[in-house]
Ligand binder design. Structure first.
Ligand SMILES: Cc1cc2nc3c(=O)[nH]c(=O)nc-3n(C[C@H](O)[C@H](O)[C@H](O)COP(=O)(O)OP(=O)(O)OC[C@H]3O[C@@H](n4cnc5c(N)ncnc54)[C@H](O)[C@@H]3O)c2cc1C
Length: 440
């Protein structure tokens, strides 16, 4: 058996055992629901060769391995009692003259946006600044520029991956194309440990920030109007709708989003929604914001590290029927609410749907919106609310929002791409070294 000390001495990074100072801080993922999982080892990786050594050591000692970027996985897949690979030491970011960004797999979105901003570039990517670029990209990557520029994984042009046998492969459309295909949207940790990502970035746009509140409105009319409007709005605009219920208070409706249009043009588009909703909100528009600055102005409801939240979600390829929507809203506004409950409608359509379903591993290219249900982990409302909406859902689930309660997860996450994903898994990880519940 390989010796732990020898392994530790060979690293550019650091090794943490349960006896090491700092172990308790580094072992915890951001998601507190998995804060009690105690890995045998945490390897803080600072180079691809550290990842190779860790994979080789784990294989030789029969340990399970879990790569960790931002540590946000809703299903706890970046936690294990075996070996956690903390990738945060691999966070270098550079941008070529042609706008191709080379990003270390451990970088988080806040770092990525800041570094790209310095070069006048950006990526269509997600909101939480501490979310890992790799976890986000491997599962797709939905964000405020997505209706214009697609998923984060649609901008990926290459990656470096350490496979289960310790080999290091570079993949892109021409080289190891099946692996590259699988990395774009099947979810994290499926085929190997990614050490580097290359993206074709876009020029950073100047944006208008959108926030609107309806303190007192007929919710059904608002949601109906949003469902008919937001997924078909021009690609330049994305406006998501959140409904929040708190004990003893009426449900609050908030529209938030961004447009790459001037304030006047943005306001005109919003008027279409307001006309449909039948009531005027208080609207705050702030124009002239570089995208990087706009991102920092939004707090993410899922970014509450101190609370264990549960989230379930589904895609919708058509609007909810009147009866479904009415039941959903009644349950949300139930006066017996004991804690904060929230549903969020995220607009899809636009560039997300201009990519063929089989062109990348991300299979959900005909959806109109995504609906999330979020509450305290112990609140049974999440399941009830999800089941009510599910009557009209497309049965598709975003791989970055893994849901252990799904019956047919393979179809939900991967739809028609599942058979090809299985073939890629067999080719690149035939012994299922990278494994977790609901892994391909
Ligand atoms: C606050 C918050 C905001 C969010 N906002 C958005 C959003 O705007 N848009 C959106 O699309 N999603 C969003 N998400 C969901 C997010 O995309 C997923 O939770 C994502 O998987 C997180 O990646 P991570 O690196 O932070 O998490 P981790 O838990 O570190 O990793 C997630 C998965 O990827 C694997 N993985 C990590 N690094 C590697 C690697 N180097 N190689 C191979 N596998 C790896 C892990 O093993 C795990 O399976 C948000 C989540 C939260 C909690």
């Amino acid at each position: 058996m390989p010796h732990l000390t020898e392994f530790g001495n060979s690293l550019d990074g650091e090794l943490f055992t349960p006896d090491s100072p700092g172990y308790d801080a580094i072992r915890r993922p951001v998601n507190v629901a998995y804060g009690d999982v105690r890995p045998r080892l945490v390897v803080l990786c600072r180079s691809a060769s550290d990842v190779v050594d860790a994979v080789t050591y784990a294989a030789a000692t029969g340990n399970r391995i879990a790569p960790r970027g931002g540590g946000h996985c809703f299903a706890g897949r970046s936690s294990t009692e075996g070996i956690v690979l903390d990738m945060s030491g691999l966070d270098g970011i550079s941008v070529s003259d042609g706008g191709v960004a080379t990003i270390g797999a451990g970088a988080c979105l806040g770092q990525v946006y800041a570094a790209l901003h310095a070069s006048g570039r950006t990526l269509p990517a997600g909101c939480g600044p501490t979310v890992g670029i790799t976890g986000l990209t491997l599962g797709g990557g939905i964000g405020l520029l997505g209706r214009k520029h697609g998923l984060t994984c649609d901008r990926l042009v290459g990656a470096q991956v350490v496979l289960a046998d310790g080999s290091v492969v570079d993949c892109n459309n021409d080289h190891e194309p099946d692996l590259f295909w699988g990395l774009r949207g099947a979810g994290g940790g499926q085929f190997g440990v990614v050490t580097l990502l290359r993206f074709d970035t876009v020029p950073e746009p100047i944006t208008t920030r959108i926030e609107a509140h309806w303190p007192d409105i007929a919710l059904e009319q608002l949601v109906s109007a949003w469902q008919a409007w937001a997924p078909d709005a021009p690609d330049e605009l994305i406006a998501n709708l959140t409904l929040v219920s708190e004990p003893g208070a009426p449900v609050q409706a908030t529209l938030f989003g961004a447009s790459t249009l001037e304030e006047g043009a943005t306001r005109e588009l919003l008027q279409e929604l307001i006309d449909g909703a039948g009531a005027a909100p208080t609207i705050e528009l702030r124009s002239g914001l570089p995208y990087h600055h706009l991102k920092r102005t939004f707090a993410d409801p899922r970014d509450v590290p101190e609370r264990a939240l549960r989230m379930r979600s589904e895609f919708f390829s058509h609007s909810m029927a009147h009866g479904t929507l009415a039941s959903l809203l009644t349950q949300l506004g139930d006066p017996g609410t004991t804690g904060r409950r929230e549903i969020t409608f995220t607009a899809m359509g636009g560039a997300y749907n201009r990519v063929a379903e089989a062109a990348t591993a991300f299979a959900h290219r005909s959806e109109r919106f995504l609906l999330e249900h979020i509450a305290e982990a112990a609140d049974p409302w999440v399941d009830r609310s999800w089941a009510t909406a599910h009557a009209d859902g497309s049965g598709r689930v975003y791989p970055n929002f893994p849901d252990p309660a799904l019956d047919d997860w393979a179809v939900a996450y991967h739809a028609g791409n599942h058979p090809r994903l299985r073939a890629v898994k067999n080719a690149y990880d035939p012994h299922r070294f990278f494994d977790f519940p609901q892994a391909i």
